[in-house]
Design a protein around this ligand. Structure first.
Ligand SMILES: [Zn+2]
Length: 446
């Protein structure tokens, strides 16, 4: 209930508007009207309704902002740490010792620097799982990025109350009550880390807490070939089967990675409408494998793209994930008709939003005004052609270097290639100094 007058409408006119709506409409030239944080009209410039309000003639190409469905963005603090180590040694020797020294203020600066990179790459939504959740949430709100925060839930071997899954679950519930819906930008879910970092009895309790709030549950699943060897020995089934038995798949589940799945596991995903955060760069860089994207799409499984952490990618660029997802799918299936241009674009935008349960990722009436401007004055667009050719250049030839502007919920957060909400020079200085301390320094200084 509000007495506010109707928000002023701003009209944006561009040489091309790529909608990623159900029909894949492209308007050249096109118009996008934004009222407050929502899209009020979109279509061909010639059909636009009469308008005498503020008009911005942007030129270039407007499209939905990219959606990152899996990230641990504060790990900009750990970029490059332990590069080249095998996964388990990388975690034990490079990542966990540094994270043990990390403070909330460290995580805040790591998140701010990461948001600068995400927004400048045209990523307007990010789904995050990490610790120091209040610091991460506050930094996301400060940067003005749309964020689905799924606080990490783990069980650590310390034996202290603060090492238990019950402690992390209670923290996540408190965070939900405090932050869910904040500024119209933040959504809170639950982030049980994985079936191998939690005892089985934790999962029904997490499922119950999430279901009571209809909240998203994000979990790492089937990332490496042998991660569930222990589970198989103890329970005689795959990790997805165990999660199904324990009731977790009855929630709204987003399964990150999902590389090592059998046909039966994929069928289980479909039956429970489990969504996938596909992370091709991270899986390739850490030598984890290539997820069965073509088989997922053929089954109608909801799939979005994720960068994973900047310590394991090492970029926060969903545009690159879009291109790589398509290339790898075609390479492993030896079939150039697999993952079409339209499918690749869908994965990176609307598909990601659907995987997260959001209505962003496409430019349509009534949806959040999360959009980016892409420069069309670049060699990669030549030769020009029809709409199909334009989309092919967008997916396969262009890249995030051409993103000049970005808006989240109608608010401009990137202009002329610069993030307007984060002081990038300050964030770089802070992260540089803090990373040096995390390499060798004492635990959690104030
Ligand atoms: Zn991850």
């Amino acid at each position: 209930v509000t007495d506010d007058p109707a928000p002023e409408t701003i009209r944006y006119r561009a040489d091309a508007v790529v909608t990623v709506d159900g029909a894949g409409a492209v308007h050249r030239p096109g118009v996008l009207d934004v009222a407050g944080d929502r899209i009020a009209w979109v279509g061909p410039a010639a059909d636009a309704p009469p308008f005498d309000g503020p008009l911005q003639s942007l030129g270039g190409l407007l499209m939905p902002g990219f959606v990152n469905t899996h990230a641990h963005t504060p790990m900009t603090l750990l970029r490059g740490a332990g590069d080249g180590l095998p996964l388990i040694r990388w975690l034990h020797e490079a990542i966990w010792p540094r994270e043990a020294r990390m403070s909330g203020e460290d995580a805040r600066w790591g998140m701010l620097l990461g948001c600068d990179e995400l927004l400048r790459c045209g990523v307007t939504t990010t789904c995050e799982q990490y610790a120091h959740n209040r610091a991460v949430a506050d930094a996301a709100l400060e940067a003005g990025i749309r964020c689905v925060l799924t606080p990490g839930i783990f069980e650590f071997p310390g034996g202290e109350p603060e090492d238990s899954w019950q402690y992390f679950l209670a923290e996540a519930e408190a965070l939900y009550d405090e932050y869910d819906g904040r500024d119209g930008l933040l959504t809170v879910g639950f982030g049980p880390h994985s079936s191998y970092m939690l005892p089985p009895e934790a999962l029904p309790a997490i499922a119950e807490a999430a279901a009571a709030r209809d909240a998203l549950v994000q979990i790492h699943l089937a990332e490496t070939a042998n991660e569930d060897d222990g589970l198989r020995a103890a329970h005689g089934c795959s990790a997805p089967e165990l999660l199904s038995r324990l009731g977790l798949l009855d929630c709204r589940v987003l399964a990150a990675h999902s590389v090592w799945l059998s046909d039966a596991d994929l069928d289980l995903y479909r039956r429970h409408d489990v969504a996938v955060a596909h992370c091709p760069s991270s899986n390739a860089k850490l030598g984890s494998g290539v997820a069965r994207l073509t088989d997922m799409l053929a089954r109608g499984i909801r799939v979005g793209l994720g960068t994973d952490s900047p310590a394991s990618n090492d970029r926060l660029d969903v545009w690159e994930e879009m291109r790589l997802a398509g290339l790898l799918a075609r390479a492993v299936t030896v079939e150039s008709t697999h993952v079409t241009t339209a499918q690749a674009l869908h994965l990176a935008t609307r598909g990601g939003a659907e995987a997260l349960g959001l209505d962003t990722g496409s430019l349509e009436f009534g949806r959040p005004a999360d959009f980016i401007r892409v420069d069309l004055a670049d060699d990669c667009w030549v030769p020009d052609g029809d709409d199909t050719a334009l989309l092919a250049r967008l997916v396969w030839a262009a890249s995030s270097r051409l993103v000049t502007d970005a808006w989240v919920g109608g608010r401009q957060v990137v202009g002329e290639g610069k993030c307007l909400t984060v002081d990038a020079a300050e964030a770089r200085r802070e992260v540089d100094g803090r990373a040096a301390r995390l390499d060798t320094g004492p635990e959690k200084p104030s």
